[in-house]
Design a protein around this ligand. Structure first.
Ligand SMILES: Nc1ncnc2c1ncn2[C@@H]1O[C@H](COP(=O)(O)OP(=O)(O)OP(=O)(O)O)[C@@H](O)[C@H]1O
Length: 700
């Protein structure tokens, strides 16, 4: 698995921004008027008074409303006007996804006619646009969890709104469980608030706090599960949606949904009224190949029909590139936005009138007994499908093209399985431990993860040195690991690299592993691509190769930056990437991630040193870090993963595919036609016993 990042701390505050003092213009008034009319027209507007009353009466309230009814943008404003931010208190609104937190905050700031970062702001991993005047704070649920590490009673908040709860993202589930505890703690008299040890919250003493209001918002109709979890909490339904969306199905199943999506894109482009298109695909690779195919097919159209602009949105894309999809298309052009399910909920992309939904989603699947985590493409659920079509009816009537027959829709699951049931729990458990919650098996989850999954994660955390043998958070390693916004195995790798004097190399590795595909391998030019990358391919494996790609690009960039100046950097980098068959977007993202994680480890007091050309030391450090994922070659040329005993194969994209070394460590195991291991380094098998003796005991 790539080192999927949890949410982290904050930077770049806008505390000192000056207010905008320009006098309003006529066009400003007309924009204000339009916004006021728009707000009044939203279905939620007619129930403002009732919702405020319900929030006053109930400490937990569940609000269910159709997509686009105005929940995310309006409810916080209603509560602000009703006085919930008196005495400097804040309303926190959490989202499962970063992109939603940012774009909705921007929109609400615009609606309130304030500068982003003043009354309305957002806070996501490594990016904080809030100030001391912020009262409506949009953020990811992971970020609020991290805030709870520093302020266990969330004392600055009067209300927390948990949005898109039906998605059941792992952080949302953990957050809801934590909020239940915080609510109880804040309801107690001050003298009883310090609850330590099993199931408690650490450090809850302090001045008197008002009760915390909790609002859970969801578009799906099943509020029951949340209501039961919160002891029969009241649910309110907001009726109505803003604009109708026509749903179209295919007559027959499509054998190739990529091709079907392409055909539909061009049908809409050539035959339908103006309006942008949003297509839901499963991942970066798919998005990039559809992007290429759209551009190729456009070349065969007459000049006047070529005004179609493909744009991408996926998680690994740097924020500023994601934001391009939100800008209006150039005059006369139609945008076609190729997105993963990160564009599925909460967001409004201006201009979208058409949605194309092939009906699939890539999700994580975890087999705790084998410790295997993989990404699998599965049919989307009904709830996801409804969210997708909802993206088309937000500024006017829309159309949604589902690329499967209607009878298939009926067979879909109502909602996706809670993520907590299908992920490696080591990250979640480490966070709970850091929050002072010790009894994980007895913890009050909405849906309990399996006992095997909990036990496996606890064992992994013990092996990584985060927990003691009796599962207590180990000081200082465990605390340091919980502070880094990374999966524990990668946090541990960075801490170890500090002692091996190769922190710089490990930072590069972790950053490069956090992007989906660093190399660009067009099918028709595969040999050419490999040859052009020969000079930075390391016979020792993929990690060392990533380090040399990163370094070479860095050196090249530094040299050119001096020669040509800052503003040409992006162009120069793009050319270097094309020449070397490196994915420009991925490398850019990896460079960003490197800077961010480096900031974190420096804040923790680590000195970023490099082992220079002594790659042996780096390989030993990789072995010490990833010893849980080691594989040994067998007589028939296949490999056996030492931890699970699974028979695995080196993935053809690995630089070790042909080399077939005796023993390797790897980061990712994926199941397609076979079980493949990806991101490998050749190691000496004796290192395992030497560097991880607690796991690989030798018989003497
Ligand atoms: N960035 C934006 N630009 C233009 N209009 C927007 C923007 N964000 C929201 N809107 C408008 O406000 C309406 C309500 O959006 P809001 O996000 O509050 O709805 P919601 O009920 O939370 O929907 P969902 O459950 O789909 O997130 C949208 O349908 C759209 O018309």
């Amino acid at each position: 698995m790539p080192p999927t990042m949890a949410q982290g701390e904050v930077k770049n505050t806008v505390e000192n921004r000056k207010p905008n003092l320009k006098p309003p213009t006529a066009s400003h008034y007309s924009v204000r008027q339009k916004i006021a009319e728009h707000r009044k027209s939203l279905p939620i507007a007619s129930v403002e008074k009732r919702l405020v009353e319900e929030v006053n009466k109930n400490d937990v309230l569940i609000i269910v409303g159709e997509t686009g009814s105005g929940k995310t943008t309006q409810l916080p404003q209603f509560l602000y006007s009703a006085g919930f931010c008196r005495e400097g208190k804040m309303i926190g609104i959490t989202q499962p996804r970063r992109i939603a937190a940012v774009t909705v905050a921007k929109r609400v700031a615009e609606e309130c006619d304030v500068e982003l970062g003043q009354r309305v702001g957002y806070s996501i991993r490594f990016d904080d646009s809030t100030s001391s005047s912020t009262r409506l704070k949009y953020m990811t649920d992971g970020l609020l969890l991290r805030e709870a590490l520093l302020d266990p009673q969330l004392s600055r908040y009067s209300v927390i709104i948990v949005d898109e709860a039906h998605e059941r993202a792992v952080h949302t589930d953990v957050l809801l469980a934590l909020l239940k505890k915080v609510q109880r703690a804040r309801a107690k008299p001050v003298s009883e608030r310090t609850v330590n040890g099993n199931g408690g919250l650490r450090g809850c003493q302090g001045r008197k706090l008002s009760p915390l209001k909790l609002i859970i918002m969801s578009a799906s109709l099943d509020a029951r599960v949340f209501s039961e979890y919160f002891g029969g909490a009241k649910a309110v339904h907001v009726q109505g949606r803003q604009f109708p969306v026509d749903i179209m199905y295919t007559v027959h199943p499509e054998s190739d949904y990529i091709d079907a999506a392409l055909v539909t894109i061009f049908q809409i482009h050539l035959e339908e009224n103006p309006g942008d298109i949003l297509v839901f695909l499963t991942g970066q690779d798919e998005i990039e190949s559809v992007d290429r195919l759209v551009r190729e097919r456009l070349q065969h159209l007459p000049e006047e029909s070529r005004k179609l602009l493909p744009l991408a949105i996926f998680a690994a894309l740097p924020s500023e590139q994601q934001m391009r999809a939100f800008a209006p298309a150039p005059a006369g052009f139609r945008k076609v936005i190729l997105a993963t399910n990160i564009a599925e909920t909460s967001i409004t992309i201006p201009g979208i009138r058409y949605v194309i939904d092939p009906g699939f989603v890539k999700t994580r699947h975890y087999e705790p007994s084998k410790g295997i985590e993989s990404l699998v493409v599965v049919p989307a659920s009904k709830a996801q499908t409804l969210q997708r079509s909802g993206r088309a009816g937000r500024e006017g009537p829309g159309k949604c093209f589902r690329l499967y027959p209607e009878r298939e829709f009926e067979k879909l699951e109502d909602s996706a399985k809670p993520e907590i049931k299908s992920v490696n729990l080591s990250n979640v458990i480490l966070q709970l431990k850091a929050l002072g919650i010790d009894d994980i098996v007895g913890f009050d989850f909405i849906d309990k993860p399996s006992r095997v999954a909990i036990i496996k994660a606890l064992a992994e955390l013990r092996l990584l040195g985060a927990l003691t043998d009796d599962c207590k958070l180990e000081d200082p390693t465990g605390y340091q690991m919980s502070r880094l916004p990374l999966e524990p195995v990668y946090s541990r790798a960075l801490i170890l690299a500090n002692t091996f004097n190769c922190l710089e190399e490990m930072l590069i590795t972790v950053a490069m592993l956090s992007v989906e595909s660093i190399f660009y391998d067009p099918r028709e030019k595969r040999d050419e691509a490999r040859a052009s990358r020969n000079h930075f391919t390391s016979v020792e494996g993929d990690h060392l190769t990533y380090v040399s790609v990163y370094r070479e690009s860095d050196e090249f960039l530094e040299k050119r930056r001096k020669e040509s100046g800052e503003n040409k950097v992006d162009k120069i980098m793009k050319k270097w990437c094309i020449d070397n068959f490196v994915n420009h977007r991925s490398l850019k993202h990896a460079r960003d991630t490197y800077r961010q994680i480096r900031g974190h480890v420096e804040q923790m007091g680590f000195n970023v040193s490099s082992c220079g050309n002594d790659m042996l030391e780096f390989r030993r450090c990789l072995s010490a870090s990833f010893f849980l994922k080691a594989a040994q070659r067998q007589l028939d040329g296949t490999y056996r993963a030492l931890e699970s005993g699974e028979i695995v194969h080196i993935h053809p994209t690995s630089v070790l595919f042909r080399g077939k070394p005796e023993c390797v460590i790897f980061n990712e195991l994926m199941q397609t036609s076979k079980k493949y291991i990806k991101n490998l380094t050749r190691i000496d098998p004796l290192w395992l016993a030497e560097l991880a003796p607690h796991h690989y005991k030798t018989d003497e």
